[in-house]
Design a protein around this ligand. Structure first.
Ligand SMILES: NC(=O)c1ccc[n+]([C@@H]2O[C@H](COP(=O)([O-])OP(=O)(O)OC[C@H]3O[C@@H](n4cnc5c(N)ncnc54)[C@H](O)[C@@H]3O)[C@@H](O)[C@H]2O)c1
Length: 503
């Protein structure tokens, strides 16, 4: 079947149109007279890949990179970096078993690691140094490090795939937007792990929304509600045998969902997919499904074009201060969040997040328009399945459209799209969109944590949560951006008391 128009490949008319009109990606007039370097790989070249952050998703992303279809290959993993030896070993073992000929990091040394596997806070530089123009660096560490690595990769002129969230605070967002100017000038291809943007089903539904299938959009709702996953809830370090001897900074990084500076907390890390897909639907309804036509640094001055929310108010709290064994939770997250985002035209996006076991679970995004209702996704990331209805509810009798094919895996599709852009030198830069989606999360989270109505600019210009992160090279005692009290508790947000900062 034909690819949906809106599926976020650079060959779509929407994207082409966007690139043509926005002038943001290698815009002809902006770059007149600037030589665009030849940085894409030829069809027969091997695209080399370096992995920075060899945890769960990093291993998955590297595996996706090594699994691209023959038309977009060959690809090879040539280097990897992490701050933990055990993570690096386990990731490389898994990848070598699965992709024997495509993993080549040199001879194994006495430490059991291959030559081009690097450990430490500056290991990313060594891993990237093995890449040439046209190759790809993967960034799958906690997001706090994203802009630091992105800057280095862009300066060296290599393509990037970086996981969501792209930023954990407004400072990080501004850094990414600034660095991205150079990435565009250098014609680098940049993928961001908001893989739902590559879901063919959602893309086809966004086309429908753009064509007016639900009329004017008045409301979107998204839900990410389930029990604690990953490292969102933490008990004191001293109660965790496996982490007892870790330095403070590495403990916080190991439990990064518990620390807002590292990840944006469970808010950014879990909710960003649903919040972003709602932003996508709204932008589709405004005729610009891919991006924003406004200026993130001057939203009030470009309101007519701005396709993201401009304000958030939110509630949230911690009901449970102990786990079921009676051990205290010391992390910085609330265990529930309800956010009302407002767009410039008054449209609302309501997001509900909950990290409590034993409650109703939901992982879905919906759209309400003047002419109908749509389920963008209803059961996690994939399959969506995207469906439209007349009326206000998902009543099967009122179904007006459903994605007509079996959905492919968006985690793989995002790599097919990135490699297609690299091989065929198509404009492809998702960094700005990724940074803005992350910033919508930063704004909503800040509203819940401060108890204030937060405008776009307030969140963008808030104090950095991890000042000096770019200078972090060792494990020194003061290097962690937050400190625990004598009982191992970290500062938690106090809405109405800490009004300008989140904690
Ligand atoms: N797109 C998705 O659906 C999806 C799914 C899971 C995770 N993710 C994202 O991927 C990122 C990683 O998540 P994860 O679940 O793989 O976590 P993880 O803890 O399993 O992996 C992170 C790895 O990065 C390493 N690391 C941390 N700081 C580092 C540094 N400064 N330099 C080098 N290595 C460093 C850690 O030691 C760890 O091995 C997060 O941003 C997360 O949100 C995305």
């Amino acid at each position: 079947m034909a690819k949906p128009k809106n599926f976020n490949s650079s060959e779509t008319p929407n994207r082409r149109e966007f690139i043509k009109t926005s002038g943001k990606v290698a815009g002809a007039s902006a770059l007149a007279g600037v030589a665009i370097p030849h940085v894409h790989a030829n069809v027969n070249d091997t695209v080399k890949v370096a992995l920075v952050g060899a945890g769960g998703r990093g291993t998955g992303a590297a595996s996706n990179a090594l699994s691209v279809s023959a038309g977009h290959g060959p690809t090879k993993l040539v280097a990897a970096a992490d701050i933990f030896e055990d993570k690096l070993k386990s990731s490389l073992n898994g990848l070598s078993k699965k992709h024997k000929e495509k993993v080549d990091l040199g001879k194994t040394g006495k430490n059991g690691l291959p030559q081009r596997a690097y450990i430490g806070f500056e290991a990313y530089k060594e891993a990237i140094s093995n890449l040439d123009k046209g190759d790809v660096a993967i960034f799958t560490t906690p997001p706090a490090f994203r802009w630091v690595f992105y800057k280095y990769a862009v300066e060296r002129g290599v393509n990037v795939f970086m996981e969501k969230p792209v930023t954990a605070d407004g400072y990080g967002t501004k850094q990414i937007l600034e660095i991205n100017k150079m990435a565009k000038q250098k014609n680098l291809k940049v993928g961001v792990g908001l893989m739902c943007r590559h879901s063919r089903a959602r893309g086809a539904m966004a086309d429908k929304i753009q064509e007016g299938a639900v009329g004017d959009v008045v409301l979107m709702r998204s839900y990410r509600m389930h029990g604690p996953v990953a490292s969102a809830r933490s008990i004191p370090q001293k109660l965790r045998n496996e982490y007892k001897d870790l330095e403070e900074i590495r403990w916080q990084i190991r439990r990064f969902h518990s620390f807002i500076w590292a990840s944006g907390g469970c808010f950014n890390d879990y909710y960003i997919h649903n919040i972003d897909e709602c932003c996508w639907m709204k932008a589709a309804a405004m005729g610009d499904p891919e991006h924003t036509g406004g200026d993130a640094l001057n939203v009030m001055g470009s309101l007519d074009k701005w396709t993201w929310p401009i304000m958030a108010q939110a509630t949230g709290g911690k009901h449970f201060t102990k786990n079921r064994q009676g051990q205290p939770y010391v992390d910085q997250n609330f265990d529930n969040y309800s956010v009302e985002y407002t767009y410039a035209d008054g449209t609302k996006l309501m997001h509900y997040g909950r990290t409590i076991e034993g409650c109703h679970n939901e992982f879905a995004s919906y759209i309400h328009g003047t002419k109908g209702f749509g389920t963008f996704s209803k059961n996690g990331h994939w399959p969506a399945p995207s469906t439209l209805y007349s009326g206000l509810t998902p009543n099967p009798k009122n179904e007006t459209w459903k994605f007509p094919a079996r959905e492919t895996n968006p985690y793989q599709d995002e790599w097919e799209d990135l490699l297609d852009a690299i091989r065929n030198d198509k404009p492809y830069n998702e960094a700005e969109r990724g940074a803005l989606a992350s910033q919508v999360c930063n704004m909503g989270r800040m509203a819940a944590h401060t108890g204030q109505r937060v405008m776009w600019d307030d969140a963008l210009n808030a104090d950095p949560l991890a000042p000096g992160i770019e200078k972090l090279v060792g494990l020194g005692g003061d290097s962690a951006p937050v400190k625990a009290d004598a009982n191992g508790f970290y500062p938690t947000p106090q809405p109405g008391i800490t009004k300008k900062r989140e904690y």
